[in-house]
Design a protein around this ligand. Structure first.
Ligand code: ZN
Length: 216
């Protein structure tokens, strides 16, 4: 009886060695995962990274690069046991736990940046623990033109939404001049033409004036 108790106490003491490993239940996208944490499913938003979107409710925000980043994280983290490291602010406004994810002894947040799947994201503050690591990881990924830093022929990086060819019925509006164009007009893709309309009526309704060149 006494021996059993000692074994039990020893097991209990050994527990913390394993207790900080958490099972990854689901990879939501490149920078968001669900883990089993303290007996509950928790959504984890990885600190200081921001991979391109792949599951955004607004479909136009999802990009092929987002799909690739998501696939990378799925491949690396699905069904794995991970450790979580926190900084001072534990949750974001969506209730997600903000953390560094350690997999196989590697800081996965840094891995994302090192491989060019994410910039060093400092919108909500710089990293207290790994600032220098993030800086150097981003610098290297940029220098190698990895993934989001890959420069395509047009000189834009993969991080930005890849513009889909507009459907014939789409009209674009210049948010500065409030003129709108139909596809095919040389001004259709002007730098301020950032609004699209499903039809002519919608454009007029929004207060836009037809372009004098393409006469939509
Ligand atoms: Zn026009």
């Amino acid at each position: 009886m006494k021996k059993a108790l000692i074994v039990l106490i020893m097991l209990f003491l050994a527990l913390p060695c394993f207790a900080d490993q958490h099972k990854v239940l689901k990879v939501v996208d490149g920078d968001t995962i669900d883990v089993l944490y303290m007996g509950a499913k928790e959504r984890i938003r990885l600190l200081n990274v921001d991979t391109p979107e792949s599951v955004h409710p607004d479909q136009s925000k999802n990009t092929p690069m987002g799909e690739k980043a998501s696939a990378y994280t799925k491949n690396r983290l699905n069904n794995k046991l991970v450790e979580l490291e926190f900084e001072s602010k534990l949750r974001d406004r969506y209730g997600r736990l903000l953390a560094y994810v350690i997999v196989d002894g590697v800081n996965y947040n840094l891995e994302l940046v090192r491989n060019g799947w994410s910039p060093y994201h400092t919108k909500y503050g710089t990293s207290k623990k790994y600032h220098a690591h993030f800086m150097s990881a981003e610098k290297k990924a940029k220098a190698q033109g990895l993934n989001i830093w890959a420069v395509d022929g047009s000189g834009s990086t993969g991080f930005h939404t890849i513009a889909k060819p507009p459907a014939a019925k789409d009209y674009s509006g210049n948010v500065k001049s409030l003129k709108f164009h139909k596809s095919g007009c040389k001004y259709y893709n002007c730098s301020k033409c950032t609004v699209t309309f499903k039809n002519r009526r919608a454009a007029v309704h929004a207060g836009y004036v037809p372009c004098g060149v393409c006469k939509p």
